[in-house]
Ligand binder design. Structure first.
Ligand SMILES: C[S@@+](CC[C@H](N)C(=O)[O-])C[C@H]1O[C@@H](n2cnc3c(N)ncnc32)[C@H](O)[C@@H]1O
Ligand SMILES: [Zn+2]
Length: 346
């Protein structure tokens, strides 16, 4: 679905809810009566940023995704094709199995909201919130949601560094491919982690320093070939695929080779940071989770983690995620990590 298509199918939703206090907000209301959060209405999107000028790097990243909302929908995408495609991913199938039927989930930096739209469609009694800073991506998400009739996903335009979310309020928080596109990834992790309830789960997907090494080589070659960067299609497993349309490939090239702000995060430091925030290890993905995404696995330890990272690097030659890995961590029930700036215990 292109950005211009996205403007056609959108309507103000009658059953919107406030992302901060979850209270229903009446159609055309622009302040939540429960918590005073102000927003503009934009179809089904509650826009908390509104016309405010954004910080320069955030504005640059929003401009980038305005031209190439990520990830792209296929032109004929329907509820059935999104469900089918998502269920073919072992990670998303496991995520669907792990999120309770009536549970609440939050996706930070949801982009065009394919993951939360999938969870919402697969679990009609769930309630999801998708927050992103990019108006154009959210409009694509909103057009898809209204076209296929998703009523249990609230889209919100908000900044990751100033999330309109009550601290410790969501049992499942996912943030895929976002913190590494911010100028301060560690502070970004703090902001996302703050939303997770005690005992809740955070799924953090990021470009891993060693896992992305092969893609780094492809990026260097593509930059040597010209400006803007020109990838060699034969070296990229996504560009080689015959089942992807040209628009999806264009968006992939923009995102993977021409992004204005990209950082890579080493997993040992990421885990240490999360530990300091009061989170404990559940697992990484890869390896493929099977059916038990939120069940604790044995901590691989320093050596095991190195082996895993080298495995990610080797797999990176044909990795459709180009070195993006997930760590899944659970927030401890006891005293909270002091870096969250929230010292009371639960
Ligand atoms: C690569 S896309 C990932 C989209 C989605 N999470 C996925 O994996 O399908 C990165 C998204 O992060 C969003 N983003 C980046 N910086 C942000 C910020 N400071 N606040 C809110 N969203 C941000 C972008 O607008 C973009 O939609
Ligand atoms: Zn509210």
């Amino acid at each position: 679905m292109s950005v211009s298509d996205a403007t056609t199918a959108r309507a103000v939703r009658a059953d919107a809810w406030c992302p901060r206090c979850i209270q229903a907000v009446a159609a055309h209301e622009e302040t939540c009566t429960g918590c005073d959060l102000g927003f503009l209405r934009d179809g089904g999107i509650l826009d908390v940023i509104g016309h405010r000028q954004r910080e320069s790097r955030a504005a640059e990243v929003e401009d980038f995704y305005t031209d190439s909302p990520f990830p792209g929908y296929a032109p004929g995408d329907t509820a059935a094709t999104l469900l089918d495609r998502s269920r073919r991913s072992s990670f998303l199938a496991a995520l669907d199995a792990a999120v309770p039927a009536g549970g609440r989930f939050l996706s930070v930096g949801c982009g065009t909201a394919q993951v939360p739209a999938f969870l919402a469609l697969a679990g009609p009694h769930r309630r999801g919130t998708g927050v992103d800073g990019c108006r154009a991506s959210l409009r694509v998400a909103d057009a898809f949601a209204s076209r296929v009739g998703i009523g249990n996903l609230q889209l919100v335009r908000g900044d990751l560094f100033d999330l309109p979310i009550e601290p410790r309020s969501y049992d499942v928080v996912s943030c895929r491919g976002v913190v590494h596109h911010t100028p301060e990834p560690w502070r970004a992790i703090d902001c996302v982690a703050r939303c997770v309830a005690p005992g809740g789960v955070l799924l953090l997907g990021y470009y891993e320093t060693i896992g992305r090494a092969w893609h780094g080589v492809r990026q260097v070659i593509a930059r040597l070939r010209g400006k803007p960067a020109r990838p060699i299609w034969a070296l990229d497993s996504v560009l080689r695929r015959r089942d992807l349309d040209a628009e999806k490939k264009r968006i992939w090239i923009e995102d993977q080779y021409r992004h204005p702000l990209e950082r890579w995060l080493p997993t040992p430091r990421t885990l240490k940071h999360l530990d300091g925030l009061g989170f404990e290890w559940v697992r990484s993905v890869p390896p493929s989770p099977g059916g038990t995404l939120f069940e604790a696995t044995t901590d691989p330890g320093a050596f095991g983690l190195w082996r895993r990272r080298v495995g990610w690097m080797i797999a990176g030659i044909n990795d459709p995620d180009a070195g993006l890995v997930f760590v899944v961590v659970r927030r401890r029930q006891g005293a909270l990590g002091n870096k969250l700036g929230n010292k009371e215990s639960t």
